[in-house]
Write a protein that binds this ligand. Structure first.
Ligand code: ATP
Ligand code: MG
Length: 307
C-alpha cells in the first residue's frame, strides 16, 4: 500500500549561519495493505515530520513515496487534492482538530458535504451511522466539542476521518492527550475500525507498549533515521540495535538515559547517528555510516556491528 524510499525532510534554521535540521534523514519502509506499522522513538526524533511529509502535508526535501502504485512526490497539487480523502492523518489533540464553534454533527457532515454526492437527508443518515460506528450517541450530534470529553472528541475525529472512506491513516499519538483509562478504549476502537474498514495504518507513538498492542510491524526511529524495523516478535524478542534495546529494557540510571534531542543531528555529518550514545560504538562508528542490513524475516538493522 505504501512504499517509502530514502525520504528526507530538512528544515533550515539559524539567522546568521544557516543550518539544516535533518528531521527525517533518509528513511525507507513499506506497509502492506491492511497492515499496521508502529513508529516509535523519543520526542524530537522526527516522527510527526515523517508522517506529514509522507502525505505531503509538508513538502519532503527528497525521496520517493508510492501510495497504492501512485507516485505522490510527482503529483501536482490538484491531483493530490483528489487523492486526499484516501489518506488521512489523526493528531494527538482532538480539540485542535475540531472547530470549537461547530456542533459535532456539523463537524462530521463537513467532509461529506465537501466530497459531494449526498443530499441533506443522506448526509444526516450517514452522520448518525458514523456516530454509531465510533461509539457515540445520536444525542451528541447537537453538542459542541467543549461539551464532550477528550475521548469522545477523539471519537468525533475518527468519525470525520472515516466519513471520506480512507484507505490509509496515520495516527500520530492519537491517545497521548487522554486519560489512561480512556486510552485503551480508543486504541481498541481503532483496532476494530481497522479490521472493519480494511485500513492500512501508520501508528506513531513514543510508547513502545502502545505500539506493540497496535501493530504487526515496528519501526524504531532515532534522530531522523529508522535504526531498526521488523515484526513485533522480531523487535521484542530479537532486537539487534542498541537503541531499540534501551527502549525495551527499563532504563536504570541517569547516564543510561537517551534523549532524542536533535541538537546532535544538526552537527553530525558522517558516521552513525547513535555513535555518541552507543555503549558499543567502536572507532569506525564515528566515521562509517552504517547501512540497513537485512537479517532475515523482514528484520532490518542500521548498525555497523551487524552484518
Ligand atoms: N517547521 C519546523 N521548522 C523547523 N524545525 C522543525 C519544524 N518541525 C519540526 N522541526 C524539528 O524537527 C525535529 C523533529 O520534530 P518532530 O515534531 O517530527 O518530532 P517527533 O518525533 O514527532 O516528536 P514528539 O514525540 O515530541 O511529537 C525537531 O528537532 C523539531 O524541532
Ligand atoms: Mg510528534
Amino acid at each position: 500500500m505504501i512504499e517509502v524510499e530514502n525520504l528526507k525532510k530538512y528544515f533550515s534554521t539559524g539567522i546568521l549561519r544557516k543550518r539544516h535540521i535533518k528531521a527525517v534523514n533518509g528513511v525507507s519502509f513499506q506497509i502492506e495493505r491492511g497492515g499496521t506499522l508502529g513508529l516509535v522513538g523519543e520526542s524530537g526524533c522526527g516522527k510527526t515530520t515523517m508522517g506529514k511529509s509522507l502525505l505531503r502535508l509538508i513538502e519532503p526535501t527528497a525521496g520517493k513515496i508510492i501510495f497504492d502504485g501512485i507516485d505522490l512526490v510527482q503529483l501536482k497539487k490538484k491531483e493530490l487534492r483528489r487523492l486526499r480523502p484516501r489518506m488521512q492523518m489523526i493528531f494527538q489533540d482532538p480539540d485542535a482538530s475540531l472547530n470549537p464553534r461547530m456542533k459535532i454533527g456539523d463537524s462530521i457532515a463537513e467532509p461529506l458535504k465537501l466530497q459531494g454526492g449526498l443530499n441533506k437527508v443522506e448526509i444526516k443518515e450517514r452522520v448518525l451511522e458514523l456516530i454509531e460506528t465510533v461509539g457515540l450517541n445520536p444525542e451528541h450530534v447537537n453538542r459542541y466539542p467543549y461539551q464532550l470529553s477528550g475521548g469522545q472528541n477523539q471519537r468525533v475525529v475518527l468519525a470525520r476521518v472515516l466519513a471520506v472512506n480512507p484507505d490509509f491513516i496515520i495516527a500520530d499519538e492519537p491517545t497521548s492527550s487522554l486519560d489512561v483509562s480512556v486510552q485503551a478504549q480508543i486504541l481498541n476502537l481503532m483496532q476494530d475500525l481497522r479490521r472493519e474498514f480494511h485500513l492500512t495504518l501508520l501508528f506513531i507513538s513514543h510508547d513502545l507498549e502502545v505500539v506493540r498492542h497496535m501493530s504487526d510491524r515496528i519501526a524504531v526511529m532515532y534522530q531522523g533515521k529508522i535504526v531498526e524495523i521488523g515484526s513485533v516478535n522480531e523487535i521484542f524478542d530479537g532486537a539487534r540495535h542498541p537503541y531499540t534495546n534501551t527502549l525495551i529494557a527499563p532504563v536504570l540510571s541517569e547516564d543510561q538515559l537517551i534523549y532524542g534531542d536533535m541538537k546532535n543531528a544538526v552537527d553530525y555529518s558522517s558516521g552513525c547517528v547513535f555513535y555518541q550514545r552507543c555503549p558499543f560504538s567502536a572507532g569506525m562508528c564515528k566515521k562509517k555510516e552504517p547501512e540497513m542490513v537485512d537479517i532475515g524475516k523482514g528484520h532490518w538493522v542500521l548498525c555497523n556491528r551487524v552484518s
